[in-house]
Design a protein around this ligand. Structure first.
Ligand SMILES: Cc1cc2nc3c(=O)[nH]c(=O)nc-3n(C[C@H](O)[C@H](O)[C@H](O)COP(=O)(O)OP(=O)(O)OC[C@H]3O[C@@H](n4cnc5c(N)ncnc54)[C@H](O)[C@@H]3O)c2cc1C
Length: 145
């Protein structure tokens, strides 16, 4: 993260108070260490995320424990929902909506669902890596592979 932020300002916990157009610029007012600041930019790319599409699956008719958004509670290391035979991986579980994370979670869920009878285990994942895609592919951070 230190290497990344040395090259590019990144604030994953930013609290944005206002976004307004100012002529050809975009003015953003945000909290920075408890102090409100305003900066101007040429462009704004807004990635506001997506809501997991699980509310139409009828999960409320099962015995799965659901959170306040209707998503099943699951073990983020094994992907298993309680002690059921249901596993939830990728964006659907609303945990870490990143492509490589979804791929790792899918593999872990599959291994555990079809795997040893001794019970689900934790799989290896690329916790600290980040893979911006797809136009100019890049990857940052250590990977166990
Ligand atoms: C604009 C955008 C840019 C992104 N850029 C990056 C990036 O640069 N780097 C990065 O790591 N991640 C990025 N992501 C996130 C990444 O795309 C997702 O984390 C990843 O695709 C999740 O994979 P998934 O298989 O869990 O879900 P998805 O890729 O969404 O696949 C889910 C599939 O399930 C299908 N489906 C949904 N409901 C049902 C149903 N009821 N029955 C059957 N099928 C169903 C859908 O049609 C879809 O095909 C980006 C996401 C967006 C939206």
């Amino acid at each position: 993260m230190a290497t990344f932020t040395a090259e590019l300002a990144l604030d994953p916990d930013a609290v944005v108070n206002a976004v307004t157009r100012d002529g050809d610029a975009v003015a953003i007012r945000f909290m920075d260490g408890g102090v409100e600041k305003e900066e101007r930019f040429d462009y704004l790319v807004a990635a506001t995320g997506r809501r997991p599409n699980v509310d139409t699956l009828g999960l409320e008719t099962t015995r799965l424990a659901l959170d306040n958004r209707g998503a099943p509670a699951f073990d983020r290391f094994t992907m298993q929902c309680g002690d059921s035979h249901v596993f939830v991986a990728g964006d659907a579980n609303g945990d870490i909506p990143l492509l490589h994370e979804a791929a790792d979670q899918g593999r872990i869920a599959g291994d555990n669902a079809a795997g040893p009878t001794s019970g689900p285990g934790c799989g290896v994942r690329r916790w600290r890596s980040c893979s911006p895609t797809p136009t100019s592919r890049a990857s940052a951070g250590p990977s166990p592979r």
